[in-house]
Design a protein around this ligand. Sequence first.
Ligand code: KIV
Ligand code: NA
Length: 274
Amino acid sequence: MKNTVMTFKEAKKNGEKLTMLTAYDYSTAKIVDECGINSILVGDSLGMVMLGYEDTLSVTMDDMIHHTKAVAKGAKNALIVGDMPFMSYNTGIRDAVINAGRFMSEGRANCVKLEGGKEICDVIEKIVEAKIPVCAHIGLTPQAVNAFGGFKVQGKNMDSAKKLIKDALAVQKAGAFAVVLECVPSELASKITDMLDIPTIGIGAGPGCDGQVLVNQDMLGLYDDFTPKFVRKFANTGDVMREGIKSYIEAVSDGSFPEEKHCFKIDPEIIKNL
Ligand code: KIV
Ligand code: NA
């Protein structure tokens, strides 16, 4: 069955955990979807794991639409979340609504995600008014890496813990249907989860959240430039790929590939008379 924002609402009410994973292309989205995930995030993390950038700041709207289209074609039942890239929603409400709309009409996402708390609530309100569901994202918001002075856990002291609670309540009030909590101490994330009516989706925010999200490449062992503390490697897909690729190179080199069954036939008479 297709997961919708109502699925998220019901899950929170019934205390059922929500699962979210990133994907950036058709064939991966198809696999993730077939496994029964609730939601696929086309994250701007694609800048790092797919495009090799150092951070997410260079990712453009066109990059995001390109990948969202592919994921939408591959996913049948997962709720597709389009991640609004840096500066696509910070330059004014009109820009934000137009760009959120592109995710829906061109990318065929089911909702958008954007980073920020109180300061971005007027934008969240207007996007929601346009009938585009919004997933908020607070705590460590990677697009703010330069403002933070690095990728750091958020909410560790009294002031920043209070700010995080305020942000969570504010994005809920603005109409967000869910909120991602990234790199937040577990007890604080649990407290926020208890305070909210909308589900919290944690990444580095402990087991108390209503759901969890991870970057596909991280949890499948496909990206090892940097592995955050909160990642569990659920499979060593990189090793499986390396083995397969080495076998291919070997088989081509020693002539054992391709075999008869991989080949197309032609009437030998034709070849003879060429
Ligand atoms: O871009 C991304 O993958 C994300 C998740 C880590 C929440 O924003
Ligand atoms: Na992101």
